[in-house]
Ligand binder design. Structure first.
Ligand SMILES: Nc1nc2c(c(=O)[nH]1)N[C@H]1C(S)=C(S)[C@@H](COP(=O)(O)OP(=O)(O)OC[C@H]3O[C@@H](n4cnc5c(=O)[nH]c(N)nc54)[C@H](O)[C@@H]3O)O[C@H]1N2
Ligand SMILES: Nc1nc2c(c(=O)[nH]1)N[C@H]1C(S)=C(S)[C@@H](COP(=O)(O)OP(=O)(O)OC[C@H]3O[C@@H](n4cnc5c(=O)[nH]c(N)nc54)[C@H](O)[C@@H]3O)O[C@H]1N2
Ligand code: SF4
Ligand SMILES: [Mo]
Length: 744
């Protein structure tokens, strides 16, 4: 082989940057940003350059691992599947299907194989409980969208490139590169906002990198965004430029929301939020009078006890400001592979209510079909009918990413059987009886079905695999398909996988042809034949692209989009800026955006009560660092070298009072546990708040992460109590956790 350059979308975070990957004889020699990428135009972050290191990492698993005599050992693929069928069979025979739990992690949610085959696996295994990273992340936003628009995937994104005023709450895109708003090169896009005379206002308890670039930074008290947003609602409603009665017909109930929030005024919330009434009024004025203004909130607004309600109020503020579904405001993507906003019609919506299901032991809410991660340890450890006794983790590391981490770690130890699909033997998978290795990201094709559905432009970009699979290895979709077949009690050989794959594709075609968007007269068998040269996720993607908003409908619209076209355009295709989507994209039973949804209105009593709740003297929040990616890029030496990043940030006033010195150590305790971390004194953090990043704590016995172990850090989720949640969505509170800090 000779030197060549391959073009690929980086799969590591939500930005989806285009990469130009130089290969020499099958070895990656260099990775740069792809200047011709239609979306990222050459931007990339330090993580994007390490995909080659990741591929070559000696600790990355190349073969399955099976536990023999108490120890995880390399094993053949057949042996691994046999062990899974045996182990699950034993648990099912003894305790029934309900004893199995699943945990789906973050990377599989935006990986093509996971996007296309996770559901098939779930349906066939029919576990008693499905957990995922969503309830330590964005579930409140999805729930709010489900209630407001009728579909949880109908999530508005800030129209970054056209706005003139961006109010950003609880997000640090200069470090995270953005979330639920897919946009490579936030730094460049925010600079462009400044250059066109626009303003950026950041609401965050910490003066983050993003806040440093802002025209204004407001250091809010953690967990009080819902009050600040409530005050913006009432201030906007009073503003002469705003008429809550003169909104589009399909915006229902805004006046009722304004009424319900009458106790929240800029003056009444100021003490509690730490944001002055004058600042709130000025922001309301700018939102009301700037033609193109938008409010965007991210994880700092969702991982609080008011995550769902805050997500709802963000949309209420955008609606009142005339920014919802308008250019430069908060808009909905029209994704090439389709989404909740493109399937079905306005008239076939249905009413959504908060779930009536709850978890067995603690009665925590089961929202959108998922059990809260906060319930995992208890559901495994508490005896009785329905106890969870086996678990499958798919691309997740919940020992580091989920609440009550110490107890959850103990809980995993007590399972009768555990399977993990992952790249490493890490803090979580070290408990597994069988691990199926994921191929490296360069060995599999990529198209981010989920995140391109939340992009700030309508773009599509497909990346074929650029390195061959290891001998005999299964791609992840095949792993998921074999698990599904085991769940169905069938043989899991290649012929059975192919038959299941055909069935999945046929169902997808049938569903698409039944959709209102489908042109008349397409024959199902002919459609199957058109995509029949492919299989697996690539065929599924081809189906979704062909039946998406720009699709060729299997030839019925000859100029329409197909996967082949994307392959011919390695730098991606750009379908243009976002366009207004309402009311067509609404799927509620009324056909309107239900701003006064009763389940949301009912939470306003809790919001008003928050006004009188005392502020805890010291609370913990989290943060991200640029060279890290949740828990799992810490085995790349180029990323973790240098000064330790897992430090406890403390304000100088607090450090003085408590007796902490920069570089010293602090003991941090919450109701769920204690950790000892190195102290970093900085005036960037609000007094009364300390911060620790999550995803660290690599010094546990049994994991095989040689580099990460040298930069272990501490597991911040030992401090996350399981009982602190958003009661609507079950999402854990990961910020504003009351803690006690003393010198170690
Ligand atoms: N305290 C606190 N906790 C948090 C957060 C916080 O802000 N504060 N953030 C939360 C958020 S937003 C999230 S999304 C979660 C993340 O929670 P998780 O998804 O549980 O954790 P990750 O660290 O993303 O773990 C990813 C795992 O997948 C593996 N992996 C990587 N790529 C692949 C792949 O392609 N296939 C397979 N099969 N495996 C793969 C990695 O080796 C790793 O074990 O953490 C949450 N936890
Ligand atoms: N480098 C890097 N990039 C990542 C990740 C990573 O681990 N590392 N993880 C990826 C994932 S899974 C996700 S979900 C995204 C998340 O992307 P973002 O939502 O941008 O996440 P963070 O960078 O954690 O920024 C959250 C901010 O909220 C602030 N905050 C905390 N509590 C509150 C509060 O009560 N109110 C307000 N207003 N602010 C608060 C924090 O100080 C922090 O600055 O990032 C993704 N990108
Ligand atoms: S910003 Fe995200 S997508 Fe872009 S190179 Fe970095 S990790 Fe990859
Ligand atoms: Mo996340």
């Amino acid at each position: 082989m000779s030197t060549e350059t391959a073009y690929r979308t980086c799969p590591l975070c939500e930005a989806g940057c285009g990469l130009a990957i130089e290969l020499d004889g099958g070895t990656v020699t260099r990775i740069r940003g792809d200047r011709d990428d239609v979306f990222s135009r050459g931007f990339l972050c330090p993580k994007g350059t390490v995909l080659g290191h990741f591929h070559d990492d000696p600790d990355r698993l190349r073969t399955p691992m099976v536990r023999v005599d108490g120890e995880l050992r390399p094993a053949g693929w057949d042996e691994a599947y046999e062990a899974i069928a045996d182990g699950l069979g034993r648990v099912w025979d003894a305790h029934g299907r309900e004893a199995l739990a699943m945990y789906l992690g973050n990377p599989m949610a935006h990986n093509l194989d996971g996007a296309m085959f996770s559901r098939t696996m779930l349906r066939s295994l029919s576990p008693g409980a499905v957990f995922s990273a969503s309830t330590v992340d964005q579930r409140p936003r999805e729930l709010a969208s489900g209630l407001l628009y009728g579909q949880s995937g109908t999530i508005p994104v800030p129209d970054l490139d056209r706005t003139d005023y961006l109010l950003l709450l609880g997000a640090n895109p200069l470090v995270s590169n953005g979330s639920l708003a897919t946009a490579p090169d936030w730094p460049g896009r925010l600079e462009a906002l400044a250059e066109r005379g626009g303003s950026l206002v950041v609401v965050d308890p910490v003066r983050t990198k993003t806040a440093e670039k802002a025209d204004r930074h407001l250091a809010i008290v953690p967990g009080t965004d819902v009050l600040f947003l409530g005050a913006l609602v009432t201030a906007l409603a009073e503003h002469p430029a705003v008429d809550p009665g003169a909104q589009p017909d399909h915006f229902a109930g805004l006046a009722a929301v304004v009424d319900g929030l009458s106790a929240c005024t800029p003056e009444s919330v100021a003490d509690r939020t730490g944001i002055s009434a004058a600042a709130t009024r000025e922001i309301a004025d700018r939102l009301a009078t700037t033609e193109r203004a938008v409010v965007y909130g991210r994880i700092g607004t969702t991982v609080t006890p008011f995550g769902t309600t805050a997500s709802w109020l963000i949309d209420v503020v955008n609606a009142l400001a005339g920014s919802l579904d308008r250019p430069g405001g908060s808009m909905f993507t029209t994704p090439a592979a389709g989404s909740a906003t493109t399937r079905g019609t306005r008239s076939d919506g249905r009413s959504r209510r908060l779930g009536s299901r709850s978890t067995r032991v603690d009665g925590l809410p089961v929202a959108l079909g998922e059990h809260p991660a906060a319930a995992m340890a208890t559901e495994i450890l508490t005896d009785g009918p329905g106890r969870l006794r086996a678990m499958i983790t798919v691309g997740g590391n919940p020992v580091l990413s989920c609440p009550d981490a110490d107890r959850f770690d103990t809980a995993l130890e007590s399972l009768e059987f555990m399977v993990s699909l992952d790249c490493y033997v890490n803090e979580t998978t070290r408990h597994a009886d069988v691990i199926l290795p994921a191929p490296s990201h360069l060995q599999k094709p990529h198209y981010d079905v989920a995140l391109l559905g939340l992009a700030i432009r309508n773009v599509a970009n497909y990346s074929p695999a650029i390195l061959p699979m290891d001998d005999g290895a299964d791609r992840e979709w095949v792993q998921l398909a074999r698990l599904a077949l085991i769940g169905l009690g069938q043989s899991w050989d290649d012929a059975a996988v192919a038959a299941l794959d055909d069935e999945v594709a046929s169902r997808a075609i049938g569903g698409a042809l039944a959709d209102a968007a489908a042109p008349d007269g397409i024959d199902r068998a002919e459609a199957s034949a058109v995509v029949g040269t492919r299989n697996g996720p690539e065929r599924m993607l081809d189906i979704q692209l062909r039946t998406g908003p720009y699709g060729d409908w299997f030839g019925a619209r000859p100029d329409g989009l197909t996967l082949d076209q994307l392959i011919e355009h390695p730098h991606g295709l750009d379908f243009g800026a976002l366009e207004a989507r309402l009311p067509d994209a609404i799927r509620t039973s009324s056909g309107d955006v239900e701003f006064d949804h009763p389940d949301l209105m009912a939470d306003l009593t809790r919001v008003v009560a928050l006004l009188d709740e005392p502020t805890a003297p010291m609370v913990l929040t989290g943060r991200r660092t640029l060279r890290s990616n949740n828990s799992w890029m810490h085995n790349m030496r180029v990323l973790v070298k240098g000064k330790p990043r897992c430090t406890l940030q403390v304000h100088p006033d607090d450090a003085d009072r408590i007796g902490l010195a920069d570089g010293g150590a602090a003991r941090v305790s919450s109701t769920s546990g204690t950790v000892t971390a190195p102290v970093e004194v900085t005036d960037a953090i609000r007094p009364g708040v300390v911060s620790l990043p999550h995803g660290w704590g690599h010094d546990v016995e049994g994991s095989r992460l040689s580099v990460a172990a040298e930069h272990a850090g501490v597991n911040s989720n030992i401090l996350t109590p399981a009982d602190l949640i958003d009661p609507l969505s079950g999402t854990s509170q990961l910020t504003g956790i009351p803690v006690d800090v003393v010198p170690a």
